[in-house]
Ligand binder design. Structure first.
Ligand SMILES: *[C@@H]1O[C@H](CO)[C@@H](O)[C@H](O)[C@H]1NC(C)=O
Ligand SMILES: *[C@@H]1O[C@H](CO)[C@@H](O)[C@H](O)[C@H]1NC(C)=O
Length: 180
């Protein structure tokens, strides 16, 4: 009798651990999708026109905001834009705004609403920086990187050092460290 009860308990424990194992597997699977991150235009993988830009932060799209002229946008002055539903990525936008490597580059390049790329020579004074979490939409063409949000722009700015002399920079950093 006692042996019988022991076996039932053992079976019950086996069942519980099987359920636990299944739960663990399910949890692991559901968290496998990577959280999208900011595309780093200053990283070594960025080349050509893309490497002309550096990330500024998440900024407000002033479209429709009180104080903004009808049709006005955060990126203003001389502007252009492109919308690539299902296909937009940060490097595509930066290459577009950057003139493809040799052409004249717009000062600002911003990604918005997963699929929109805005280029402009100026930034509206009403376009203030927002908490990073406000730019929360993965790019339509690359779900691992962020392309702004709803009325939020992942904003990039033309870097003052387009060629990015890495070795020279390292020397400067080393000199600064020695000075300390
Ligand atoms: C971007 O890449 C550069 C060069 O590798 C690095 O110094 C910088 O810390 C990176 N920025 C971010 C936000 O990861
Ligand atoms: C819009 O801005 C103007 C000028 O600052 C102000 O007088 C007006 O009340 C504002 N309207 C709204 C709806 O906030």
């Amino acid at each position: 009798m006692a042996k019988m009860r022991y076996r039932k308990v053992a079976l019950a424990l086996a069942a519980i651990s099987a359920v636990a194992a299944a739960t663990t597997t399910a949890t692991t699977t559901s968290t496998a999708t990577a959280t999208p991150t900011v595309y780093n235009a200053s990283a070594a993988s960025a080349t050509g026109a893309v490497a002309k830009y550096a990330y500024l932060g998440c900024y407000l799209e002033v479209s429709g905001l009180n104080g903004t002229a009808p049709g006005g946008r955060s990126l203003e002055g001389t502007t252009t834009d492109e919308v690539l539903p299902g296909d937009m990525t940060v490097p595509k936008c930066l290459a577009f705004c950057g003139g493809g490597g040799s052409g004249s580059a717009y000062t600002y390049a911003g990604l918005e609403y997963a699929r929109e790329c805005w280029c402009g020579q100026d930034l509206s004074s009403l376009a203030t920086q927002q908490p990073a979490g406000n730019c929360n939409l993965p790019c339509d063409g690359d779900s691992t990187t962020l392309c702004g949000g709803n009325l939020r722009i992942s904003l990039y700015m033309l870097s003052s050092a387009p060629a990015r002399p890495r070795a020279a920079m390292a020397v400067v950093v080393a000199a600064l460290l020695l000075a300390l």
